[in-house]
Design a protein around this ligand. Structure first.
Ligand SMILES: [Mg+2]
Length: 170
């Protein structure tokens, strides 16, 4: 169980995850959580940084899709449309259904897939149960609200126990 809560890699942010890194690890499909991973919850559309980063992934031939637990598709679609990327909404992480749906859609297996996310109990647990490489990031824009501060403090020991902690500040 504890193994399923430890991300294999931890980074400061999504920009630290490069096409070269993904190719080195045989990743053909990168799935990503939206809120606090690609953008703070307060940001309603993709910014230039995200647009450039997705562009570089596409140029490298890496497929990209958002895997979000958001119940409403409105927010996710607002990000996906300008970025021209797909999504699996209402994904039910840490359940494995959304992961399998995405992998089937892009014709890849778990060994060719990675998940990028900021939370242990949804993103990390779901990825590891699905056999997908888990790349964890610090919450984008910082933790918002008392609960998220507590949550992110609770996540720290699991992140610190990651085999590859690439964060600059600990
Ligand atoms: Mg999130």
């Amino acid at each position: 169980m504890l193994r399923f809560l430890c991300p294999q890699w931890v980074f400061d942010n999504y920009e630290a995850v490069t096409p070269e890194f993904l190719k080195e690890h045989g990743v053909k499909l990168l799935l990503a959580d939206l809120d606090f991973t690609l953008a703070p919850k307060s940001q309603s559309e993709p910014d230039e940084s995200l647009t450039c980063w997705i562009g570089a992934l596409k140029e490298a031939g890496i497929e990209f899709a958002i895997l979000s637990n958001n119940r409403s598709p409105v927010r996710v679609e607002k990000f996906c449309k300008p970025l021209k990327v797909g999504y699996v909404g209402h994904a039910g992480k840490p359940g494995t259904r959304g992961f399998h749906e995405a992998m089937a859609r892009y014709g890849v297996n778990a060994g060719e897939t990675a998940m990028l996310g900021d939370k242990l109990l949804t993103d990390t647990l779901g990825a590891r149960r699905s056999g997908v490489l888990m790349l964890m990031v610090e919450p984008r824009g910082g933790a918002v609200g008392a609960w998220n501060h507590v949550l992110h403090a609770l996540q720290q020991p699991f992140k610190a126990a990651s085999a590859h902690d690439e964060r600059k500040k600990h």
